[in-house]
Write a protein that binds this ligand. Structure first.
Ligand code: CO
Length: 133
């Protein structure tokens, strides 16, 4: 198995503070980190759940991919982030299988980690983020 763990579940939200407040009030959640990711035009807040995280994502611009997602689908699960041990190697394998990659090489994501996205149309409608552990 090339996926080591569920690293995080990305949830698109309109109002980051309201979403943080919701998880705090309902489940006692605390924010582990919060940062703006300019290249993705989002602000994210990470909430730790055991060994995984909930990643709350709010758009910072109208042309942000998350803004487009919210327009089409509303708030909800946006992607699943899987931790992998060898992102370069896995991307090579996926390319050789003609997988529909959004990123064919690793790029910088949240938390200073290298990531690559696989298109929802590659599989059963799930946007997959591969995260180098
Ligand atoms: Co993510």
């Amino acid at each position: 198995m090339k996926l080591a763990k569920v690293d995080h579940i990305g949830i698109a939200v309109r109002d980051l503070d309201a979403a943080i407040e919701y998880f705090a009030r309902r489940y006692g959640a605390k924010v582990a980190s919060r940062e703006e990711i300019p290249q993705d035009k989002v602000e994210e807040a990470m909430i730790q759940v055991g060994e995984s995280y909930i990643q709350l994502l709010a758009p910072t611009a109208d042309d942000s991919p998350v803004a487009k997602f919210l327009e089409k689908r509303g708030e909800g699960i946006h992607h699943i982030g899987f931790g992998v041990e060898n992102l370069d190697g896995l991307l090579e394998e996926l390319s050789a299988q003609d997988a529909q990659l959004i990123d064919d090489r690793p790029r910088l994501g949240g938390g200073g980690k290298m990531v690559a996205f696989v298109h929802p149309k590659d599989g059963p409608g799930i946007l997959v983020e591969l995260v180098q552990e």
